[in-house]
Design a protein around this ligand. Structure first.
Ligand code: SF4
Ligand code: SF4
Length: 241
């Protein structure tokens, strides 16, 4: 029996029972922008970059189950404008000074900004001043680059079976916390080999070793835009910094 399909703009996307729009589209070799989605984790639906239109309603592709003959609109000026605004807001909410950032060229937020044609942010920068945390021997934390995607919290819980990270506060006072008596990452059970230690899509959780080996200009998204290269997965060994 033929697999059922749905339509992504004019492309037929086959799917299996239980797949979401995101997983089916990705399996078919197409790209939908995302930051909080990871194929090995429970969908979160928080970054809203994977928005698509289904029957006139805006939905997150990562949490919407695929259904036969569904018409999914993906590539429109309006949706791309909304995605660009989300990225602009993320830049305004953190201190994203790319030329001085170790992950420049490998960063998914930066790559999406280029891909969506962002030239500036329409939102006033908040210039947060959250504490850095250098207490862990292998991972440095620069919270002002956190986009609160919760990939680290979910991957620690779901893949490493540890309770390492949490998100607290609201609005511009949101911050990443480490679950230890001192509140320092160095006092948690996080180890260098944990998936959570390498899942950050931006430059907030930074491995202390192996940096600056590839010059800026020769990195992942310097060579190929994210809609072609896809989201790198440093945590599962697909990408080496
Ligand atoms: S985390 Fe990404 S967007 Fe932020 S400063 Fe670093 S390279 Fe730029
Ligand atoms: S530290 Fe990285 S992975 Fe964790 S919430 Fe912040 S941006 Fe996401």
């Amino acid at each position: 029996m033929n697999e059922p399909v749905f339509w992504l703009d004019d492309k037929a996307i086959p799917f299996r029972d239980g797949q979401t729009v995101m997983t089916a589209v990705t399996a078919a070799g197409h790209y939908i922008p995302h930051l909080c989605h990871h194929p090995d984790l429970t969908p979160h639906g928080s970054c809203r970059l994977c928005i698509v239109q289904i029957d006139g309603r805006i939905r997150a592709a990562c949490t919407t189950p695929a259904q036969a003959n569904m018409k999914v609109t993906f590539d429109t000026t309006l949706l791309n404008q909304q995605r660009r605004q989300i990225v602009e807001l993320l830049f305004a909410e953190g201190n994203h000074l790319c030329p001085s950032c170790e992950v420049s060229g490998n960063c998914q937020l930066q790559a999406l900004a280029y891909d969506l044609g962002m030239t500036h942010s329409e939102f006033a920068p908040l210039y947060p001043q959250r504490e850095t945390d250098g207490s862990h021997p292998d991972i440095f934390v620069d919270q002002d680059r956190c986009i609160f995607c919760e990939l680290c919290t979910r991957s620690a819980r779901e893949l490493d079976q540890k309770n390492i990270f949490g998100i607290s506060g609201r609005g511009s006072h949101t911050y990443l916390l480490a679950h230890s008596d001192s509140g320092k990452l160095g006092d948690t059970a996080l180890t260098e080999t944990d998936r959570a230690a390498h899942i950050c899509p931006v430059g907030c959780l930074l491995p202390r070793n192996g940096n600056y080996q590839i010059p800026i200009g020769e990195r992942l998204y310097d060579a190929q835009p994210i809609h072609i290269r896809g989201n790198h997965r440093p945590d599962d060994g697909e990408f080496t910094p």
